[in-house]
Design a protein around this ligand. Structure first.
Ligand SMILES: [Zn+2]
Length: 230
């Protein structure tokens, strides 16, 4: 099994598929190159589409992959989009929120929304870009991420993020300040007029998922993958 969760959506003649990988695959930059290449090859085989990675920098940059010279390496952005079939867009995460987007225009997107990405609005920035390219209706999948009851942060950090995105304000199960990044992304997607599917699963609590908070600097990375067939 490559994907813990898989879904398919048909818009007109286009079929969009999404999947979220399981712990067996480590797509992180710290994974041994051979293991990561094997994981990418498995994704290419399962999806029948060429995988595209990004070098995630906790910003709000959005890159259309057909405008990027792959020879330059992965772009320093937190969102990839494409209007072409045959490409698989990957967003990699351990506790951050992976978001996949499908537009009725046929365009698709993959977004990495961590604490800074949620605060700075990488998800709304990606939706805006898809709308500028002709999207009317949008469908979003929110992948597994650390839940609000687990993601402890200092009080000042909670205040800073919640002042930008109030829905993120949370408390851990042990009573300390926390952030609910998934709730923040959900609010941003709803505000942007997207239909939303929540895949569920807290990365810190579910052993089958990679978690930075649980496993530390050695943690692997899972991928949210979206691809389209004509
Ligand atoms: Zn949790």
């Amino acid at each position: 099994m490559t994907f813990l969760y898989r879904d398919t959506l048909t818009w007109g003649t286009a079929t969009v598929s999404v999947g979220f990988t399981e712990r067996r695959l480590d797509l992180g930059d710290l994974a041994a190159a051979a293991a990561r290449e094997a994981a990418l090859a498995e994704i290419q085989e399962v999806t029948g589409a060429a995988p595209h990675l990004m070098h995630q920098v906790h910003g709000t940059g959005v890159q259309m992959v057909e405008d990027w010279d792959a020879a330059a390496g992965p772009p320093d952005v937190d969102a990839l989009i494409t209007a072409q079939p045959g490409r698989a867009l990957l967003t990699r995460a351990a506790d951050c929120v992976p978001v996949l987007l499908a537009a009725d225009s046929g365009a698709i997107g993959a977004v990495h929304a961590g604490r800074e990405g949620v605060r700075r609005g990488v998800v709304p920035a990606t939706v805006d870009r898809l709308r500028a390219l002709g999207a009317q209706r949008l469908h979003a999948w929110i992948g597994p991420h650390i839940c609000g009851a687990c993601y402890e942060v200092p009080d000042e950090m909670r205040a800073e993020v919640a002042s930008a995105v109030p829905a993120t304000h949370a408390t851990t199960s042990w009573g300390t300040p926390a952030l609910d990044l998934g709730a923040g992304v959900r609010a941003q997607l709803a505000e942007a007029g997207c239909a939303i599917v929540e895949v569920g699963g807290c990365t810190r609590e579910v052993p089958a998922l990679h978690s930075y908070r649980r496993d530390g600097a050695e943690a692997g990375r899972m991928a949210g993958v979206i691809w389209r067939t004509p």
